[in-house]
Design a protein around this ligand. Sequence first.
Ligand SMILES: N[C@@H](CCC(=O)N[C@@H](CS)C(=O)NCC(=O)O)C(=O)O
Length: 245
Amino acid sequence: MSTVRSLPILTLCELADPGLPHVESYSPFCLKIHRALKLAQLPYERRLADRPDAHKRLNPLGQVPVLLVADEAVFDSTAILHRIEQLAPGRLQPELTARQRADAWLWEEFADTTLNGFLVAARWADDRNWPLTREAYFSGMPIPVKALIPRLIRRRVVGGLHARDVWRAGGEVCWQRFLTVLDDLEAHIAGQRYWLGDVRTVADLAVFGQLHSLRTPLTPWQGAELAKRRELTAWLDRIDAETVG
Ligand SMILES: N[C@@H](CCC(=O)N[C@@H](CS)C(=O)NCC(=O)O)C(=O)O
């Protein structure tokens, strides 16, 4: 493992801290980056905002996370992971074979797309959870806008889920697919220490970011289904313990 020299100041631009133990952010992408920075032993500051596009000056896409490396803004959590690898070589994942490396990044992509679709659907589209999400995300809003804005944002987010084919066939089909994916992930991780076997990789961080985010009080049914998968839960607990800092 190489040493980290002359580090630039790192600032993670993100959303408010939910105030829950072991959940630095409701954003699964920010959570992934918190854990990556801790694993890489890179000290960082936090810059919190009420809404993702508050950091738009740094990220024209209007999303979080953004990592400021001195005054260079790096955005998109996958690009940030690559940057962390450059800043602290070997700390996120050891030297891998070409196939292991490809597999790690492919799983990272699967987490950011497929698993994220279920998480967004669970919080924003699932009627059982929407009141909890609305309260958690919008409670600070002044009353007159609170009646309207969350509904409009919800409509936009659920529209995005249709476009991604996550919610197009409705909740029943979405949650049936979710259970099948959970069963497949459970079978995948059975008997393995890390997502790709013996070595910890970016796949662990990315899959953790999305699945651990389903274990907050915002999504009780999805969290309970996850808890039934014992191997997956044991792996999540292990990654949490190893990266919580
Ligand atoms: N591909 C981006 C996705 C980031 C993302 O979707 N962040 C959410 C918060 S969890 C966000 O900023 N949403 C606001 C929006 O998309 O307008 C990444 O990996 O960083």
